[in-house]
Design a protein around this ligand. Structure first.
Ligand code: MLT
Length: 397
């Protein structure tokens, strides 16, 4: 047996595990200290009532022989029609037409962002922005792919555009971006679509945070851009949209127009899923279907407004301190320059020790993240305000 030695090329721990173990070590040493966590982007609001009601009904279905469900529907995507149609109607509201057969239900975006790689040769060159959500880099490093980085920095407001003369086969784009909170406009996404088509490349578009976009001029789906159906798949999640981080449900749209070397990516993905996946479970799927009902949209928007108010509170705090940041307007993440030119981990340690606040060091997302820091708006309002008071005292002290 030969081991996949590519695992030797990734960091020993996943970024958020490193942050969690640093915090656990600190708390062991200082059990009396009360820590405010604005690090991992995990939600704190309870599920919307309409989702809870739908999941209760789904549990009841499973309690009776007449309505009991075993394996999901006998379709490649293993999605229930109620959910597939709810997703299609959510797309229709963005002016995007998606067929039932193009929607694949998953247990969340992260799984598909890695699993989709089964369809592509290890020889493909991958292009990711730097800084970047670490799962893209880790998944491709595990498979031994060459990774190129598109520099995101203050000059391009963390929204890099394709560079002439650079070839890539697979391109990851996340907008609104994790970790920077930056959001591409139509022209920016169009530049990537045109580039992908020129290079015969595929865009893996991570739309996990699309519901945080409130500016109607900003695109929420890559499929709002002309030509994207020929060069992009879109990976979506109910985690941040509807607080499903613990429930687990997501979806991926693979257009039936995507064809490479005579292979239909839609057919390949369906075949892959039929072999390796038996679908997301019934109860979360029914809860997810309720998210896109009229009532559901209203209720989840109230939760999103709550988080965006947290983002505003953090933004006001940073403005008051004269600290540069991006994100937080159409995104739950605030990406800030560490004060006094501190390095990311240096600021992490100082903020934890002196202020009892945990964030995520920017350098954990790539070399261009050095000197930056990410705060999440997914905490409670009370904790967000507390963290801001402590950050102010720390910076002014
Ligand atoms: C984050 O904090 O970056 C996210 O929670 C990670 C994720 O969604 O997997």
């Amino acid at each position: 047996m030969k081991i996949n030695t590519n695992f030797g090329n990734i960091a020993e721990n996943y970024l958020f595990s490193t942050v969690a173990s640093k915090l656990a070590a600190f708390q062991k040493e200082h059990p009396e200290r009360e820590i405010v966590k604005l690090s991992v982007g995990d939600v704190t609001r309870p599920l919307a009532p309409v989702v809870i009601a739908a999941m209760h009904r789904a549990v009841e279905d499973l309690a009776h022989a007449e309505t009991f469900k075993g394996y999901g529907p006998d379709r490649y995507s293993y999605g229930y029609p109620e959910l597939l149609d709810a997703i299609r109607s959510s797309y229709a509201r963005k002016g995007v037409e998606v067929k039932r057969e193009e929607v694949f239900i998953s247990d969340g975006a992260k799984s598909d962002l890695g699993n989709l790689l089964d369809l592509f040769s290890a020889e493909n060159v991958v292009l990711v922005p730097d800084p970047v959500y670490p799962a893209y880099v880790d998944a491709n490093t595990m498979a031994g792919r060459k990774i190129l980085y598109a520099d995101a920095n203050r000059e391009n407001v963390f929204l890099p555009l394709p560079e002439e003369g650079v070839h890539a086969d697979l391109i990851y784009i996340c907008s609104p971006n994790n970790p920077t909170g930056a959001v591409y406009d139509r022209a920016g996404l169009k530049a990537w679509v045109d580039y992908a088509k020129r290079e015969h490349a595929l865009i893996l578009f991570d739309a996990a945070y699309e519901y945080f976009i409130s500016d109607p001029a900003l695109p929420r789906s890559i499929f709002e851009i002309e030509g994207a159906r020929d060069c992009a798949v879109e990976i979506c999640s109910f985690s941040k949209t509807a607080g499903f981080t613990g429930v687990r449900c997501g979806y991926t749209v693979v257009p039936d127009t995507l064809c490479f070397d005579g292979f239909s990516l839609n057919r390949m993905w369906a075949r892959r899923q039929a072999t390796k996946f038996n679908g997301a479970s019934y109860i979360p799927q029914m809860g997810a279907a309720a998210v896109f009902s009229e009532e559901g949209e209203e209720e989840i928007r109230a939760n999103i407004a709550y988080y965006k108010e947290n983002a505003r509170i953090i933004g006001d705090c940073l403005d008051g301190l004269g600290i540069w940041y991006t994100g937080g307007k159409n995104s739950p993440y605030i990406w800030l320059k560490c004060p006094n030119d501190m390095k990311s981990w240096e600021f992490f340690d100082a903020l934890l020790e002196k202020a009892g606040v945990v964030g995520t060091p920017g350098s954990g997302f790539g070399k261009n993240g050095e000197g930056y820091f990410r705060l999440t708006a997914f905490g409670t309002k009370e904790n967000t305000e507390k963290a801001c008071r402590r950050i102010e005292a720390f910076c002014r002290g």
